[in-house]
Design a protein. Structure first.
Length: 295
């Protein structure tokens, strides 16, 4: 059986946008869509079944699942869709789903907001431990936002897939994910590599800075060469920028349809598992952000 696209939902606007994005992605990939609502409700033995106030969380979850499924199938009759309610805390339930999913999609509320159960600490905990790529989607992001409008109202092919590149780490799985997404969307890849002058007590002279820039250009060209050959139909634009990675990648991703970043898998039990660049982009990028784990 093909691995499903999984979307976590909780009734929030962000989760609705995530479910809609996941449905489009499932159709692009020709995969089934699995909607999951996770939360602690009735005890497994059903001892509280006669108490309406204790049934409320489960009834609400079922309503959210049913309504979302109906909306998606109305828009996409060809969609293969299943729903499931899990009586577990959301983060562990979603992390467990990633072991058998091709992709997990959640709502993203960004920085400084308060809202549904799947958009704050739960989403952060999940993205740091997910075994498969995870996509975070903002409220209000629609299919139209994936394309570039023109003056007469027509739509052109999809916006760029922006890829944050770390040439030192390799990250083949991250690069392949971005190219495959671009292929599915018939979109270009914009590969962004950010370099900086190593810290010293003295400012580098212009010749040294130019040499560092030239080496960054060569590194990016060399890293992208096999992927250009593997995906010849995908247009590629490479951007070598100087500065802070999170800031420069964030600027480059303005107007993108999807931003792809890597997350190094870590064995330690404490500390951040996302990395500072991915963490900043998750909070500030307006487009969906795909976080792809790699060794």
């Amino acid at each position: 059986m093909p691995r499903p696209i999984v979307a976590g939902i909780d009734g929030s606007r962000e989760a609705r946008a995530a479910a809609e994005w996941a449905a489009r992605e499932a159709l692009r990939r020709q995969r089934p869509l699995r909607l999951i609502h996770a939360g602690e409700g009735l005890p497994p033995d059903g001892s509280a079944a006669t108490l309406p106030e204790l049934r409320a969380p489960q009834d609400l979850a079922q309503q959210v699942l049913r309504t979302t499924a109906e909306q998606l199938t109305d828009c996409h009759p060809e969609l293969m869709l299943t729903t499931v309610q899990v009586r577990r805390p959301p983060a562990p339930a979603l992390i467990s789903e990633t072991r058998h999913a091709e992709l997990l999609v959640l709502g993203n509320q960004g920085l400084g907001s308060v809202g549904g159960v799947l958009v704050g600490s739960v989403a952060r905990a999940t993205v740091g431990h997910a075994a498969c790529p995870l996509v975070l989607v903002r409220a209000g992001f629609t299919a139209a936002d994936e394309r570039l409008p023109v003056h007469d109202g027509a739509l052109v092919p999809s916006r760029d897939v922006t890829l944050a590149v770390d040439v030192a780490a390799g990250c083949e799985g991250v690069v392949e994910f971005a190219f495959r997404e671009a292929e599915l969307r018939r979109a270009p890849v914009r590969a962004v590599y950010v370099w900086h002058v190593p810290f010293t007590t003295a400012m580098p002279d212009p010749e040294h800075r130019a040499a560092l820039r030239a080496e960054a250009d060569r590194s990016l060209v060399a890293m992208l060469r096999p992927w250009r050959e593997k995906f010849p139909q995908v247009p590629v634009r490479d951007s070598v920028l100087e500065g802070r990675p999170a800031h420069q990648v964030g600027r480059a991703a303005r107007g993108a349809g999807l931003l792809v970043v890597g997350r190094r898998t870590r064995r330690r039990a404490v500390g951040s598992r996302t990395g500072p660049v991915a963490h900043a982009l998750i909070h500030h990028a307006a487009c969906p952000v795909a976080v792809v784990p790699h060794d």
